[in-house]
Ligand binder design. Structure first.
Ligand SMILES: NCCCC[C@H](NC(=O)CCN)C(=O)O
Length: 399
């Protein structure tokens, strides 16, 4: 069968499961779970995939990640990724319930095409990847070798705009602790060393320096501890900061500038400072390397389903944030397109959480699922494309 005929098979299979796919996204939306605690989401998705005839490895290799496979002979191993973690307090405000729906929908379509094809079309791997919003599930899965037998990986992400090319920055997070000395704030303030003043000074240093930041750099921080009582000079204050830049080398420069801001604030106030890159928000999320062959295929398939894209130059201007999919894109040819849903607020707002549960968002998600399935079918059907994608990957990762 031709690729075009197989795409029709995939589209029909996804349409037949439309109601079930909607229910999956709604269930996830009603039960938002945080990084590495996505047990109900994991069970919902793995039970469904098993029922649909996939070989499922639950809790592989992490407690809330999974691998599900379906093969028809030899051929390239295509990987579709589901995310399903939520944000504290604001739930599915990044729409990962829809990402899971899209991944499962694409898997249903690709499986139908594999079953219908008379040839060794390829193999499908569905990965459930936890903790994208902090904790870097995919980073751990890359380290565990999960992508060693994968030829191509893809996922989609809802947002306020359509972009087949992902403009995703390299990001690192730090925890900063200033240590001072407590004293009675009225009786003997001169005996104290004010850690809150150091934190405020550091915040102001960075804000002052912003004028000299490149327009593509991002620095954002919060105060997580700032004292106990107004009449005690705070002996400890804590900040959390995240730095982002388009490349790792720029990120290094930006980080050093900001570390200078923390250290000079400590010196000015007489505090000690400890800067730690660590813990749940501490992983290095790499920038995404877009495989342009895959980007073009995805865009053409989505266009054939009625999606309109801004120019590639405009797409590159839109920055969603950072993602551990960047780390996957360093080990296998990858794409991370975004697709638009109707929303009154951007990602990470309460408005977006509301938008992520609507019928309209579901309809857009189904189109994204079909576009992924069609892209996989294009790749599986053409040995030439497989070679070109691999060659581009080698060239882009060896720079
Ligand atoms: N180490 C913290 C990672 C935060 C990842 C987060 N990602 C997104 O918003 C993209 C879509 N989920 C971020 O960029 O802050």
């Amino acid at each position: 069968m031709s690729a075009e005929e197989l795409k029709k098979v995939a589209i029909q299979a996804i349409d037949e499961k439309n109601q079930q796919l909607l229910e999956i996204n709604q269930q996830l939306h009603k039960n938002p779970e945080l990084a590495y605690k996505e047990f109900k989401s994991h069970d919902l998705l793995t039970n469904y995939l098993e029922k649909e005839g996939f070989q499922v490895q639950r809790s592989y290799p992490l407690p809330t990640s999974f691998r599900a496979t379906f093969s028809r002979g030899k051929g390239p191993k295509m990987c579709v990724i589901c995310e399903y973690d939520a944000l504290p307090e604001i739930g599915h405000a990044c729409g990962h319930n829809l990402i899971a729906e899209a991944g499962i929908g694409a898997a249903i379509g690709i499986k139908a095409a594999l079953e219908t094809s008379q040839t060794d079309l390829g193999q499908l791997i569905v990965y459930g990847t936890p903790a994208e919003e902090g904790g870097g599930g995919k980073i751990k899965m890359v380290e565990e070798g999960c992508f060693d037998d994968v030829d191509i990986a893809m996922m989609v992400h809802p947002s306020p705009y359509d972009a087949s090319y992902a403009s995703i920055y390299s990001a690192m997070s730090f925890k900063i602790t200033f240590e001072g000395k407590a004293a009675h704030a009225a009786g003997s303030p001169w005996e104290g060393i004010n850690a809150l003043d150091a934190a405020v000074q550091a915040y102001v240093n960075i804000s002052t320096l912003r004028q000299q930041f490149k327009p593509t750099w991002r620095v954002h921080g919060i105060v997580t501890e700032g004292g106990i009582k107004t009449n005690i000079i705070p002996d400890r204050a804590k900040l959390e900061y995240r730095f982002r830049a388009p490349s790792d080398s720029e990120l290094q420069i930006l980080q050093q500038k900001c570390k200078n801001c923390f250290q000079s604030a400590a010196q000015a106030t007489g505090c000690k400072v400890d800067i730690v890159h660590e813990g749940i928000c501490g992983d290095h999320y790499r920038s995404v390397i877009n495989n342009l062959h895959l980007v073009d295929l995805y865009e053409n398939n989505a266009k054939s389903l009625g999606i309109e894209f801004p120019s590639r130059a405009e797409q590159k201007q839109k920055m969603l944030g950072s993602t551990d999919m960047g780390n996957v894109s360093r080990v296998v040819p990858s794409i991370h397109p975004t697709y638009s849903i109707e929303t009154k607020g951007g990602n990470h707002t309460r408005e977006f959480a509301v938008a992520a549960s609507t019928e309209q968002a579901h309809r857009q998600t189904i189109i994204a699922a079909k576009s992924m399935a069609m892209t996989c079918i294009d790749v599986m059907s053409s040995r030439d494309l497989q070679v070109q994608i691999k060659q581009e990957f080698i060239a882009s990762t060896s720079q």
